[in-house]
Every structure is written in C-alpha cells, then in structure tokens.
Design a protein around this ligand. Sequence first.
Ligand code: FAD
Length: 397
Amino acid sequence: MERFDTVIIGAGAAGMFCAAQAGQRGNRVLLIDNGKKPGRKILMSGGGRCNFTNLYVEPAAYLSQNPHFCKSALARYTQWDFIDLVGKHGIAWHEKTLGQLFCDDSAQQIVDMLVAECEKGGVTLRLRSEVLSVTRDDEGYTLELNGMTVNAPNLVIASGGLSMPGLGATPFGYKIAEQFGLNVLPTRAGLVPFTLHKPLLEQLQVLSGVSVASVITAQDGTVFRENLLFTHRGLSGPAVLQISSFWQPGEFVSINLLPDIDLDAFLNEQRSAHPNQSLKNTLAMQLPKRLVECLQALGQIPELSLKQLNVRDQQQLVETLTEWRVQPNGTEGYRTAEVTLGGVDTNELSSRTMEARKAPGLYFIGEVMDVTGWLGGYNFQWAWSSAWACAQDLAPA
Ligand code: FAD
C-alpha cells in the first residue's frame, strides 16, 4: 500500500489546481484520472482557447440552492489571482466580450501551466485509473485502484459533473458523497442548447447557422442579453445556453430579436421617409434576410408596404419580434451541456475549506458540488477558487 498526504480524484481544472497548490504547500499528493490525459475539458473549452476566467466574477453569477456558499472562496482566490498566475507563465490573453478572458493562442497553454505547477509541487499523476472502492478507518481513506492500493488522511473529490460523458464524466463524486452520508441534490444539464417541438423545428430549420443579437427572458424573470443561434436541432448560442440554466421543462422563454432598436419608432420613421417600401425590406435593414423571409413564410410578417401596415398589425408585429414566446421541447442534455446543475449539497460542506462536515478529511471541489456559474469563464473560476480554498486546508501529515 502506498501512502500519500492527499489523494485527489479527477485531473480536471479543480483537481489539477488543488494538487499543485497542495503539493507546493508540502503535501505528498496523488492525482488520479480515468482518462489518457489531464484537463480534457480545458482543452475543449472556449472553442480551444479556454475562457479561463471573467473580469466581472461575483457571487451573483452562480446558481446554487445555497447562494452564499461561493462567496468566501471567490473572495479569497479571485480572478485577479488567476490572471496573475497566467501572466507569470507568459500566457497571452484577451478579453473577448463581457469580461470573458481567453488565451490568445491555445487552451493547451492552461493545461501545460497546470501540469508545470503540479510538477513544481511534486505531484504524482496517475492516468487511466479506475477507483474500485473507497473505505475509511483511523488511518484515513484507503482506495483500491486498478493495480494498486493507496491510503491518505485527505481525499479530495474533483471528478466534475455529468456533462460530456465522452470526456470522462462519471457520477463518481455523487456516489462517494452518498457513501459517506452526504445529501446530493438532483442534477440536470446546464448551459445547453434547446430542442424544439416538431412543427416549429421544421419551420425554423432553414435558419440553421443564423445568429442574431437578442434579449432572452426566463419565466422566473432572469434576463440575458447575448447572441442567439438557430441550429438544425433548435436554438443555441450564448443567450440560449445562459437561459437554459434557469429554464424548467414545460416553461416558455421570451425572446426580443431586436433589442437594440425601438421597433415601433423605427417603423414609423421609415413609413414617413419611404411609405412604399415593403415591410420585408424594412425589417431586413435590422434582421438577417433569411430570418425575415422565414418569418414571412410562417405568416408572422405580413406581405405589405409600410403605408399599408395598420396600427393593429404593427403592434402585433412588434410583439412577435420583441416578445417571441418559445416553449422548448427540452435540452440537448448532458451530451452537449457545458455544466451540470445541482450535485453535492453545499450545506454539507465548509464554505471556507470545502471539507465535508460529516466526514473529516473528505473534500469536494469544482463542478461536482451544487455551484454552477454563468457562461463566460465563471465555471473555471469556481474550479480555481474552490480548489485553492481546499488546498489551504490540506496540511501535510
Ligand atoms: P472537470 O474539468 O470535468 O474534471 C473532472 C475530471 O475527473 C475529468 O478529467 C474526468 O475524466 C475525471 N473523472 C471523472 N470521473 C472519474 C472517475 N470515476 N475516476 C477518475 N477520474 C474521473 N467553463 C468556463 O469557465 N469557461 C469555458 O470556456 C468553458 N468551456 C467549456 C466547454 C465545454 C465543451 C465544456 C463541456 C465545459 C466548459 N466549461 C467552461 C465548463 C468547465 O469545463 C467545467 O465547469 C470545469 O471543467 C469543471 O472543473 P472540474 O475540475 O470540477 O471538473
């Protein structure tokens, strides 16, 4: 049996960062992953450039049944701390939009940085590892792995959520939480595209690839102003991914397809200047032509000139385009979701250290717990902040 101070399950964002920090604090750390290489989600993230944090990180950007839980860790290891680390490794970055920071070059740089930080901390990395069993006694946690048995007083679960099973996601963390008597909240896919019911899907399929600025509102009143993308399966783009985390099956979302103008005033101005102009061409000044043509084919935009458009029809049109009510059929699920909502109940954990109250030495960090950020670098920041908080508590034996 090999002994360590800390065993960490999951060499993703949280696990690698925690391993590096704990190792650099003198811990003998074993970091285990079921995959062939560490940081697989990081490599896929941000279109290959990793949106590693956000300039505007704040607790309000996180969903949790316990909204205060994330405050301490986010305040103790901030976006500025991670930006500083990225800078020390010479990684160039830029702000894309809404405070979202991406590598100029490649997400591989973030993985290389984390690997280098782990090496600096003397971390032992064991890939392609399965955890067959976990038991606890006076000596701490004993893990049967494929091919070896290890023991440590500290066990950190950083195995992430259920999204993207193709990238190694498993329910391991939830099972361990349950094994040690911790409550696990129901999980569901978040930051995920919507699918649509058949007639609407077929009608909108011609728009696949069209992107528009939008303001999207969930039934609970949550609002995001981002781009919406029509796809061959339904609706996607940042606006839809964001609102999907606030959507429950059966609910509607309301979409303003013209958030940057006062449509009523625009139509009135255009009517004064060009009364014979067609409504279709007028709207095509503000919306993609394909979208206007599709809505006209669906009977949502009347085939009239501006001077023929009466007040009632204009009101109806403004409502259609600025309060378009859509009832999604569902989401694409964990297969394409960026995150998993729910998970290990944070009421079971210390917000300062991430340690389970009922199981001393057992910690949960990153996405496995019930803390989920908005789209835009917030989820990686939670991985860094929760991992850092945990690492401060991992004293060498
Ligand atoms: P993960 O990074 O998922 O790591 C968990 C690790 O545990 C994995 O390596 C997995 O293989 C391993 N594991 C799981 N089960 C076991 C087991 N039984 N035994 C051993 N190992 C196991 N967030 C952002 O902030 N910015 C982005 O740009 C961004 N882009 C994303 C793009 C995609 C396509 C996806 C899917 C997610 C994206 N996210 C992004 C979300 C972000 O990747 C996650 O929130 C973050 O990776 C969570 O970190 P984690 O360490 O908790 O879990």
